[in-house]
Write a protein that binds this ligand. Structure first.
Ligand code: GN1
Ligand code: MG
Length: 364
């Protein structure tokens, strides 16, 4: 691995000599490494190198084109903000293909902290601000400039349709073991599809959204609570504001990890929900339409059910999409999302009230 990684890194315009590397166990899709170079003055500098999963991102060049356009726009709109910076290769591209067709990119590492389930609501609030601000900076970005790198990525109805077809086909013979999960998920189908149905009818606006607002996609000041930069721009595409809000809640305001084997403990931690809502709405309240306000909390439920559909579908299909650490991993993830969704159903009106509260507060 070391030699292959070194060859990749040496293709980029970075100074010094390859010193060391480690694989970072982050993300469910791409492979991520931290490599360190020794500079001419003897100091060490680290970079993040990623091998894109081209089974998921079928056109990785289009992914990088999107990122180039977005980051260029962001630098222009908000020059004072930090933006992810990809290094160029010697032939001036932001990626290289290795000899096996693998697709790689490299960006500077900065000393920072990331969190999965923060205990400090200040961190969650600041993540809310960071994701809210991200949307606002891209508010006037021309969405037609973006490739749809994963078609229908957050089209909940299409996700259901695919899962239902895969249940019928049952290629691995696993369906009989997951009847209970299927029954619950199908019982909430229409409710979970409310937002995409409204979008189809023109009742919700399509915005440029991040689409993967897990809190570990925000880098924080080392050991601190201040958000520095939003990362993982691979799925920035037109989407629903409520899904960015909801996906963040799904992950950061859950009482347990997304793949916790103690899935019966899954549920919304309302203190964290309130904190995220506060940060996010502080930045976005003024632009939300009435329909967006009404469906923001429901978006948390919708994206959580969608995630359950995606994990369950992948399980049924033999776990070819998400990285797994053991055979039932996707099933455990499904159960955890289903338990969280059930809890959200119970708390929905309380969640809606909190949204209203901050809308009033921040639109005065
Ligand atoms: C994947 O790899 P990562 O953690 O950035 C997935 C997201 C899911 C998430 C669930 C391209 O994101 O959509 O919400 O796992 N990314 C893609 O943890 O499918
Ligand atoms: Mg991602």
């Amino acid at each position: 691995m070391k030699q292959a990684l070194k060859n990749v890194c040496d293709s980029f315009r970075i100074k010094g000599t390859f010193f060391d590397y480690e694989e970072l166990k982050v993300g469910n899709i791409n492979k991520t490494y931290r490599v360190t170079y020794r500079q001419d003055d003897g100091s060490l500098k680290s970079y993040i190198v990623q091998k894109i999963n081209t089974n998921v991102f079928k056109d990785p060049v289009a992914v990088m084109e999107n990122i180039d356009r977005i980051t260029e726009y962001m630098r222009d709109e908000a020059p004072e903000k930090r933006v992810l910076h990809f290094h160029h290769t010697r032939d001036r591209k932001t990626y290289i293909f290795d000899e096996d067709g693998g697709f790689w990119r490299l960006f500077s590492y900065f000393n920072s902290s990331t969190y999965n389930l923060p205990e400090n609501p200040e961190i969650v609030k600041n993540a809310g601000k960071a994701f809210g601000e991200f949307q606002m900076i891209l508010g006037d970005f021309d969405a037609s400039l973006l490739h749809e790198t994963i078609p229908d990525f957050h089209n909940t109805r299409k996700r259901f349709e695919k899962m239902e077809a895969d249940i019928k086909a049952d290629p691995c013979g696993l369906v009989r073991d997951v009847r209970e999960e299927i029954d619950y998920i199908l019982s909430v189908k229409d409710k979970a599809c409310t937002l995409v149905d409204m979008l189809a009818k023109g009742e919700l606006p399509l915005r440029v959204t991040h689409n993967d607002t897990k809190i570990n996609n925000v880098l924080f000041e080392k050991g601190g609570t201040k958000a520095l930069v939003v990362i993982d721009l691979d799925t920035v595409m037109p989407g629903l504001m409520a899904y960015d809000f909801g996906d963040a809640i799904r992950f950061a305001a859950n009482k347990v990890d997304e793949d916790s084997p103690e899935y019966e403990k899954a549920g919304v931690d309302m203190e964290m929900y309130r904190a995220f809502a506060k940060g996010f709405l502080k930045r976005t309240a003024k632009v939300l339409t009435e329909n967006e306000i009404r469906t923001l909390a429901l978006g948390c439920f919708a994206i959580t059910v969608e995630q359950a559909v995606r994990f369950l579908d992948d399980y049924i299909m033999g776990s070819t999409y998400f990285k797994i650490n053991y055979p039932e991993h996707n099933l455990v993830r499904t159960r955890c999302q289903a338990a969280l969704a059930r809890d959200m159903e119970k708390k929905l009106s309380e969640m809606e009230e909190i949204v209203r509260h901050y809308i009033v507060k921040y639109t005065k």
